[in-house]
Ligand binder design. Structure first.
Ligand SMILES: [Fe+2]
Ligand SMILES: [Fe+2]
Length: 309
């Protein structure tokens, strides 16, 4: 059965969960500053990155002729927008512990602004503007490949459970990654729709080129965010002197030791799926498992209680 048919009955909903980090310790993955800062790196980059995706997807909406895909794109935008809000609250938690992050976040914001409708301020013809839109959605699809892979790891391995980490931050990360698995196909389906059925080969070649750019930039960005945080923490300062390769190696060691961070090697080898001509994110994750985990999330449960009241 085609993935599209399998997902026909599933509609994405925005779960407006709230998190209170007032009791969350600085090293929320207990006794593990490396893992804490690596996972906290996403609080810096995701709000700007996810809102950038939302803008691109909203621009793409007028070109979507399939009703189910339109609903999926809207659901995706609502979910991503709330992810961004939740990670902004986590930014306040970092500020509370004295981390200076504002200048860094502003510079990330400036970079993403250069990737909007007019890249680097260039005025594009209508045809190029459309091509650039397909590329931006393709970039989102490449990032979603990684978030799906990380989400699947989180749902399967439950890295921050059994009292090894703060429950509230663990809930934020698990809720987010479960929704990443839930909406894993939307960016890819939108990309293929924008490229058009008749341009499958071009769409394939373009998405491979996009990944060649996105994979190193994504890795480097997370590394820079990690470094920015680790260098401000006395207990993690030694990690901030790690170069990119050593930090990536440390993820492999830490994954084998505690499984509290994803291994870079697993992320890298997940690209073997992306390069397949018949790649579809549907086959990269388990929607039922994501929904089960979401049902058991304390933040999602408290939403249902509010609804009942
Ligand atoms: Fe997200
Ligand atoms: Fe996502």
């Amino acid at each position: 059965m085609h993935p599209k048919q399998r997902l026909e009955n599933h509609f994405l909903e925005q779960r407006r969960v709230q998190f209170d980090f007032s009791q969350t310790p600085e090293h929320w993955i207990y006794d593990n500053p490396f893992a804490t800062h690596l996972i906290n790196a996403v609080h810096l980059i995701l709000p700007v990155g996810e809102l950038w995706m939302c803008r691109s997807f909203n621009e793409a909406l007028p070109y979507v002729t399939d009703e189910k895909l339109r609903a999926d794109v809207k659901g995706f935008v609502h979910q991503e927008a709330h992810h961004a809000s939740a990670h902004k609250v986590a930014q306040d938690y970092l500020r509370y512990y004295g981390y200076e992050i504002d200048e860094f976040i502003s510079s990330l914001d400036m970079i993403f602004k250069q990737l909007n409708t007019s890249p680097l301020g260039l005025v594009l013809s209508k045809k190029l503007e459309y091509r650039w839109l397909t590329i931006r959605v393709g970039m989102a699809s490449a990032v979603e490949h990684f978030t799906t892979m990380l989400g699947t790891w989180c749902l399967n391995d439950k890295p921050w459970q059994n009292k090894t980490a703060d429950e509230i931050m663990s809930d934020l990360m698990t809720w987010h990654l479960a929704e990443e698995v839930e909406h894993r196909s939307v960016a890819f389906d939108l990309y293929m729709h924008l490229c058009g059925e008749e341009n499958k080969i071009l769409a394939y070649l373009q998405r491979q080129m996009i990944m060649m750019a996105v994979a190193p930039v994504f890795t480097l960005s997370i590394y820079q965010c990690f470094k920015k945080l680790a260098q401000q923490d006395k207990q993690a300062k030694s990690y901030s002197s790690y170069g990119l390769i050593r930090a990536l190696g440390q993820t492999v060691i830490e994954n084998a030791r505690t499984n509290q961070v994803p291994s870079f090697l697993a992320v890298f080898f997940s690209l073997r799926h992306w390069i397949k001509p018949n790649y579809h994110p549907y086959f990269e994750g388990d929607t039922m498992k994501a929904l089960q985990v979401l049902e058991n999330s304390p933040a999602v449960k408290s939403l249902s209680k509010l609804r009942v009241c």
